[in-house]
Write a protein that binds this ligand. Structure first.
Ligand code: BGC
Length: 380
């Protein structure tokens, strides 16, 4: 990284207000307000050597903004979000946040582990059926994380750390979790998760940015083309809980094995689409081996922006903003309407603690949870 020395200077100073004196390969930190409990929250601006930047806060480790160039080199902010901390505190459908301890749903908020039954919060009820969603009432998206700017050759980043205490939201064990967010000079947003526990617990942590490659305020994503390297989905019941079956995507509106316009089949007459109000499903990545590899590609033909998603995880939840209805008024006063974003959450399958035949999400003392996810931006 050419500007590394200068960049390290900027890093140690950590004083620039966002947008002021911003240099390539730098990290700037500013104070962003307080939570209702009086905890101080900061906003970090990371800028890579190519001028791509991201704004990240230590409240919920939320990605507030992320810019990427189009085919003419013009940058746009490609994630939905808010301008102010207060809006995130009031109500956010997990815009840009880390979700955990268990991302996605657990049926009735209940699971049995080593003979003991645990009851978690039931904070969601699709189809009128209560379940646990994204870690409960105060999940990882609603807490303040310890954060520290970091630099390495070719990337600027933030290290987040937190111990989720035993019993938090009903989960067993103290979970010690570290996440590194990197913005690389290859225009990648890379997340590395690592966690350990002192008691057996389910862990399924993921990232919840809502992407719109035309820009966060550019309207529907139904014209985006999507590829997901998945031959099966785990179909759901009306409560969006996996039935336990594996349905081949071939011949269904869920076949994204080659690039397909999202809107071309989203309104097809299909029970799964009816339950999800559109796409809101777990895609089982083919030939999973735990190594980092390409899982999905999204392309916006208008701007030419492309996003590749790489992961070490066995699955991706593809959600296309079916629950957005214009009531979230975001950055620049823009109201985010129905299906104006795509969320690609790299993860284990929903409700795995209740499905012994799904890949295990149970972390035990002495083991380490690891998960890497990369969102890589380019244009053509
Ligand atoms: C889920 C949706 C849910 C949304 C909440 C997504 O990850 O798949 O079902 O409504 O999060 O914002």
């Amino acid at each position: 990284m050419a500007g590394l020395v200068a960049a390290l200077g900027a890093c140690s100073a950590m004083v620039h207000a966002a947008d002021e004196n911003r240099s390539l390969g730098s990290i700037a930190k500013e104070s962003w307000g307080k939570t209702s409990d009086g905890e101080s929250v900061d906003l970090y601006t990371l800028t890579n050597e190519r001028g791509e930047d991201t704004r990240v806060t230590n409240y919920g480790a939320i990605v507030v903004a992320l810019t990427a160039p189009d085919r003419d080199g013009k940058f746009a902010d490609v994630v939905l979000g808010y301008d102010h901390l207060d809006d995130y505190l009031k109500s956010s459908p997990y815009f840009g946040a880390v979700v955990g301890r268990y991302g996605n749903r657990i049926a009735a908020g209940r699971f049995t582990l080593d003979g003991k039954t645990y009851q978690l919060a039931t904070n969601n009820a699709p189809g009128g059926v209560p379940c646990h969603l994204h870690g409960g009432n105060k999940g990882f998206d609603k807490v303040v994380w310890d954060a520290k700017g970091e630099m390495k050759d070719g990337a600027v980043g933030i290290r987040f750390h937190r111990v989720s205490p035993d019993g938090e939201e009903g989960y067993p064990g103290n979970l010690d979790i570290t996440m590194h967010y990197w913005l690389t000079d290859q225009n990648e947003f890379r997340i590395e998760y690592a966690a350990t526990t002192d008691r057996a617990t389910p862990v399924n942590v993921t990232h919840h940015s809502y992407y719109n490659l035309g820009g966060h305020d550019s309207g529907t994503i139904l014209d985006h083309e999507l590829m997901i390297a998945a031959d099966h989905i785990t179909p759901v019941d009306k409560g969006l809980i996996p039935t336990g079956a594996f349905t081949p995507v071939a011949g269904t509106p869920f076949d994204f094995t080659s690039p397909t316009v999202i809107g071309s089949r989203v309104n097809a007459d299909d029970t799964q689409l009816e339950y999800g109000l559109g796409y809101d499903h777990n895609f089982v990545l083919s030939r999973w081996d735990g190594k980092l590899r390409l899982a999905a590609t999204v392309y916006d033909p208008q701007s030419g922006r492309q996003m590749e998603v790489l992961t070490t995880e066995p699955a991706i939840q593809f959600y296309c903003g079916n629950f957005l209805d214009g009531s979230n008024v975001g950055k620049g006063g823009h109201a985010y309407a129905y299906r104006t974003a795509i969320v690609l959450e790299t993860q284990h399958y929903p409700d795995s603690p209740n499905h012994p035949d799904f890949p295990s999400t149970i972390l035990r003392p002495g083991e380490e949870y690891r998960h890497t996810c990369v969102y890589r931006f380019s244009a053509r």
